[in-house]
Design a protein around this ligand. Structure first.
Ligand code: SAH
Ligand code: SF4
Ligand code: F3S
Length: 467
């Protein structure tokens, strides 16, 4: 869940922490201002909406300027070392604001809080409160403890917490697209990954609360929901599987588009693919992280599928949903990866021709299986060179995929004005490609339009409305 330049908003730990602005409710204000900034995957952004909801309920108001805040929260990511470094740098920037306003409460939330626990308080003197992803209900109480003069930590992980009953306050929203967390945690233990340690055991959220959230969003004018989980295919609530849940959300309204992320190659079933094919409003797009194209490396990564299995899943997607867009995540330079094994990743990319990819050089994370068992022995410059090769190849494939969409009509949900020009609208097609086209006042944000794609740049289709 974690950059995107434009595509699946989930994987985006490079995002420079967006500040969130809430609807303030003056009736029950406690006169204190909250500032919250998020890093990492969409799960974290989604959690910040839960945090905001909990504190709004206690009378907090919000601000976009941390300098005027009474409580400053940073919701953090641990996925790679540079994600953590970014957070440390940002904390330094908060120092002068706190020096001017010593009553300011500074809190670290999310995955880095969970990983470092009370060590954070020793390492970063300005931090008053450290809260892990399953302890947000405790925030009002923890802030109170800080007000009383102590520093506070709650990093307990839970087997049950899904925040199912909390209505997230939609932040930084375009009013059209929203994320819904359908599960938390991860049980997979991929050897490179810190998430099982920072987010705890996998648990699925009650489907009724998910369907209700989707229905409420639709009634509030939203037209697209993305169901979020580290491995949505292992969603299970009593007898309900992910395919069943997807169907129930698709049935909320034919005008509500449904997306989801992330799919795990070992778990994605033909049943899910058939459900996607059956409902026009389930977008034809799958994020299917491959990590490596080599079976030996995949085994070391503990991904529990091999090259052939992954190719079979891609073949099934192409067979059942021929028009489906596919994106991926790739790690270069994992422990002991040889040049030949790296070339298997390149050939896998040639095989699939991904629409889009998130690509990373391997970064060893303390406590993970790989850190314990394998030497991080691929030199940094080799990891980087391999990464460059992967990035260059993906750039070609992204362009090739977009070119196959040129000359066709696409159903696009208008998400807003284009970043470049107020004269243009932007939105996505089913395959999650960004489409830009001249504004037409007969249509507004949240409407569906048919757009004829005339040409493309490396990441965007450019066209005009045909209906
Ligand atoms: N649950 C998702 C991924 C979550 S993390 C899945 O299973 O695919 C998002 C991506 O970050 C991963 O897919 C992986 O490509 C990358 N990543 C995770 N740990 C990493 C590490 N230690 N070094 C480099 N990249 C990593
Ligand atoms: Fe990490 Fe693997 Fe879980 Fe994804 S499935 S969050 S990569 S352990
Ligand atoms: Fe997401 Fe980063 Fe945590 S990718 S789950 S915020 S480690």
């Amino acid at each position: 869940m974690f950059e995107i330049p434009t595509s699946t908003k989930q994987h985006d730990e490079s995002r420079q922490g967006e500040a969130l602005l809430l609807e303030n409710d003056p009736k029950k204000s406690n006169g204190r201002k909250l500032y919250i900034e998020s890093y990492g995957c969409q799960m974290n952004f989604s959690d910040s909406e839960i945090v905001a909801s909990i504190l709004l309920d206690k009378g907090f108001e919000t601000t976009r300027d941390y300098k005027e805040a009474d409580v400053v929260f940073i919701n953090t990511c641990s996925i790679r070392e540079n994600a953590e470094q970014r957070v440390r740098n940002r904390l330094k920037e908060f120092e002068s604001a706190k020096a001017k306003n010593p009553g300011m409460v500074v809190g670290v939330l999310g995955c880095m809080a969970e990983r470092l626990k009370s060590k954070f308080l020793e390492e970063e003197k300005l931090v008053d409160v450290v809260v892990g992803p399953d302890a947000y209900r405790d925030l009002p109480n923890l802030i109170e403890q800080v007000d009383e003069g102590s520093r506070a930590v709650n990093v307990l992980l839970s087997r049950e917490e899904t925040y199912a009953d909390i209505s997230p306050v939609r932040l930084n929203t375009n009013g059209v697209t929203a994320f819904i967390s359908i599960m938390r945690g991860c049980d997979n233990m991929c050897s490179f990954c810190v998430v099982p340690f920072t987010r705890g055991r996998e648990r699925s959220r009650d489907p009724q609360s998910i369907v209700k959230e989707a229905t409420d969003l639709f009634n509030a004018g939203y037209r697209e929901v993305t169901l979020l989980g580290q491995n949505v295919d292992s969603y299970k609530y009593e007898a309900l599987t992910f395919a069943g849940l997807l169907e129930r959300v698709a049935q909320v309204n034919p005008l509500l588009r449904v997306r989801f992320s992330t799919s795990h190659p070992k778990d994605i079933t033909d049943e899910v693919l058939h459900t996607m094919a059956k409902y026009e409003n389930i977008c034809k797009y799958i994020h299917l992280p491959v990590q490596s194209g080599n079976s030996r490396v995949l085994k070391l990564m503990n991904r529990t599928y091999d090259r052939e299995w992954y190719m079979d899943r891609v073949d099934a997607i192409r067979r059942i949903i021929p028009e489906c867009g596919i994106s991926t995540d790739v790690i270069t330079g994992f422990c002991s990866e040889t040049e030949e094994e790296h070339r298997d990743t390149l050939s896998m990319m040639d095989y699939v021709k991904y629409d889009f990819a998130y690509m990373f050089a391997y970064s060893e994370r303390p406590g993970t299986l790989a850190a314990k068992r394998y030497a991080d022995d691929v030199p940094e410059e080799v990891k980087k060179r391999r990464l460059t090769e992967v990035v260059d190849l993906q750039r070609e494939h992204s362009l090739q995929r977009l070119q196959t969409y040129v000359g066709k009509v696409h159903k696009v949900l208008i998400e807003g004005l284009s970043k470049r020009s107020d004269d243009d609208y932007c939105g996505r097609n089913d395959q999650n490609s960004m489409v830009v086209f001249p504004r037409d006042n007969r249509y507004k944000v949240g409407d569906y339009v048919n757009v004829y794609a005339e040409k493309c740049t490396s990441a965007t289709l450019i066209g005009k409305i045909t209906s």
